[in-house]
Structures are given as structure tokens and as C-alpha cells.
Design a protein around this ligand. Structure first.
Ligand SMILES: Cc1ncc(C[n+]2csc(CCOP(=O)(O)OP(=O)(O)O)c2C)c(N)n1
Ligand SMILES: [Mg+2]
Length: 312
């Protein structure tokens, strides 16, 4: 039922290392979940809008074991992968997006506005960073060793609230991990047309450390991040910038990029590269993830509409 995108051109960068089963399974779950969402949207089955993280799945997968249940995660409009990496709950998420029984937030949050335990997402760009900074201050005082992790995109560096939050995070030594998923575009605006200087330079202006990730290999990214995340827990904020690629449209059918830009994004896609580099590992787990997502779609689609009351 899920569709893969056509194979990428054979100009792949370095060979990917062999992943642990659970990491590959999670990457594939997110990939097939997102592909199914685009199909369901096209069939008129979804409530509201949706933005997929196709191509960026490895970001929350790499971070997953570095974050504990005591940490807060603040996600954004492109957050399905963040949620699935934290909870693995494809049923609750799909029910939320489809407005069916068992939805994480009663079906009123939809794709972009989720709240579960210490996980929140918002579709309003720049809204989450000041909130995350406030939560980080609370955590520093009451639960030292925990942190607030916030995901933002490159385009979100155009919001003034980001700089107010960075200022206080540095001044007050807040355990704040800012994960930037720099996919080189904000809706239809290339980053080069809207961001002067660099994200590293902007972090440096506040005395905040910056770590650049260009790899898509979870086995390379995670050990490099581990000591840095430990430093955040001790009270030094950090910006981790992933140079990543948005594989799909901004939201649904709204891809304004020229074909060369889409091709370039596909050349970096871990999915085709992993299938090429490790076919024996990839194919059985890929088939399992497709079947799993198909089952989730069938099961959730058959549920009655969600019901929500502010008094419940
Ligand atoms: C305050 C605000 N302004 C505008 C929008 C509309 N909008 C949604 S996503 C988006 C682009 C975001 O770009 P980026 O931060 O790079 O994230 P990406 O979509 O690339 O993941 C815009 C302009 C919004 N959600 N919030
Ligand atoms: Mg972007």
C-alpha cells in the first residue's frame, strides 16, 4: 500500500554503516508512515494539513537513546518522526491526524499540535524555543541533569523570539538543546535567500556552542553527540545543526523546487543508499515496516471518529 519514491541516481556519497535492527526498524516505520500520510491526504482521509519529515527521519532516530523520559521534547510542524522516535505509537498518531478514536490529543491537535507527557509540538514557528528555555530553567532548578530539546528549522531563525531565548539560555546556563534541521529551504524560500551569515555564527554571538552534522549515518552521528548532550545536561546550551534534505514537498503537493534541487535531495536520502549498501538487512525490515504501517492504517481507518470535550 505504501509507495516508495523512484530510485535515486547512483551518485551516492559514502557507504552507510550497518545499523542496529531497532534503529533501522524505526527509520523505516517513520518513512512508511509519512508516505502513507501523503497517500491518505490525497484520498481525502486526513483532517487538516500535514508536513512530512521524509528524508529527515534519521535526526530523531540518532537522538532517541540520548534523551530520557525526564527530558522535554519540543517539536515543530514537521514532527511525526520526533513523536514516533519518542513513543513508537503509530496508532495514536495516525488516529490524531485522522480524527479517530484513540487519538493522542482527542483528535483536536492534528498533525502539528501534540501533547503527551513531556512532549509538545506546535505549528507556530519560533513559539517553542522561548517555552523550552523556560522549561529548561525549571528543570535546572528542580530536576538537575534533565534537559529541554527543541527542534526548529532553518527558516525559523527569522523569528525574533529565537534570539530572546538564546540570550537567556546562555546567560542563565540553561540545559537547552536546540536541534536545527537545516534542510536548505523554508516552504518555498531557499535558506540562502533569507538567512544572512550562518547558524553557527548566530549561536557564537550568544556564546553558545554549535555542532554541525552532515552525515546521515546514525552510527556516526550518535556517538559524536553523546558527550555534547551530556554537556547540555550540566547546564550549557548547545545548537546542533543537521544539514539535511527535505525529500518531499513542503506540505502536500506544494513543491516549488526545480527538479535539480529535488534530485540533489534524493542523492542524500539514506533510504535508497541503505538499500543499496545493505540489501540483506534492508529488505526484510522494509517489508515488515510496510506491513506494520498498512496494518495501522487499516485498523485506525476502521475506528469511529474521535470525541473530545474540554471537561473530560
Ligand atoms: C509564525 C509562523 N509564520 C509562518 C508560518 C507558516 N510556515 C509553516 S512552516 C514554514 C516554513 C518553515 O521553514 P523551516 O523553519 O525551515 O522548517 P521546514 O518546513 O523546512 O522544516 C512556514 C513559513 C508558521 N507556521 N508560523
Ligand atoms: Mg527548512
Amino acid at each position: 500500500m505504501t509507495e516508495t519514491l523512484a530510485p535515486a541516481p547512483a551518485t551516492s556519497p559514502a557507504r552507510l554503516s550497518r545499523l542496529a535492527d531497532d534503529d533501522l526498524a524505526l527509520l523505516l516505520l517513520i518513512r512508511h508512515f509519512e508516505l502513507e500520510l501523503l497517500r491518505l491526504y490525497g484520498a481525502g482521509e486526513l483532517n487538516g494539513t500535514t508536513h512530512t519529515c521524509l528524508g529527515q527521519e534519521y535526526v530523531p532516530v540518532a537522538l532517541r537513546p540520548l534523551l530520557g523520559p525526564g527530558d522535554f521534547v519540543f517539536s515543530n510542524h514537521r514532527g511525526h518522526g520526533h513523536y514516533l522516535a519518542r513513543f513508537g505509537d503509530a496508532h495514536g498518531l495516525l488516529a490524531e491526524i485522522m480524527g479517530r478514536e484513540g487519538a493522542v490529543c482527542g483528535g483536536v491537535g492534528g498533525s502539528q499540535h501534540l501533547h503527551r507527557d513531556r512532549y509538545l509540538s506546535t505549528g507556530v514557528q519560533g513559539e517553542s524555543l522561548p517555552v523550552a528555555a523556560g522549561v529548561a530553567l525549571h528543570l535546572r532548578r528542580t530536576e538537575p541533569g534533565t534537559l529541554a530539546c527543541v527542534h526548529i528549522g532553518d527558516g525559523t531563525w527569522g523569528e525574533g523570539a529565537v534570539y530572546e531565548a538564546l540570550n537567556l539560555a546562555s546567560l542563565w546556563d540553561l540545559p537547552l538543546l536546540v536541534v536545527v534541521e537545516n534542510n536548505g529551504i523554508a516552504q518555498s524560500t531557499p535558506t540562502g535567500a533569507q538567512l544572512a551569515g550562518t547558524i553557527a555564527g548566530r549561536a557564537a554571538a550568544f556564546g553558545i556552542g554549535h555542532h554541525l552534522v552532515v552525515s546521515t549515518d546514525v552510527n556516526e552521528i550518535r556517538p559524536a553527540l553523546e558527550p555534547l548532550v551530556a554537556g547540555v545536561r550540566r547546564g550549557r546550551p548547545l545548537v546542533v545543526e543537521f544539514r539535511t534534505h527535505r525529500l518531499g514537498p513542503h506540505s502536500k503537493g506544494d513543491d516549488t523546487r526545480p527538479p535539480e534541487a529535488v534530485r540533489a535531495a534524493r542523492e542524500h536520502d539514506w533510504y535508497d543508499r541503505y538499500a543499496h549498501d545493505h540489501p540483506d538487512h534492508f529488505h526484510p525490515l522494509d517489508a515488515r515496516a510496510r506491513a506494520l504501517v498498512e496494518g495501522v492504517v487499516a485498523e485506525v481507518s476502521a475506528r469511529p471518529p474521535s470525541r473530545w470535550s474540554p471537561c473530560e
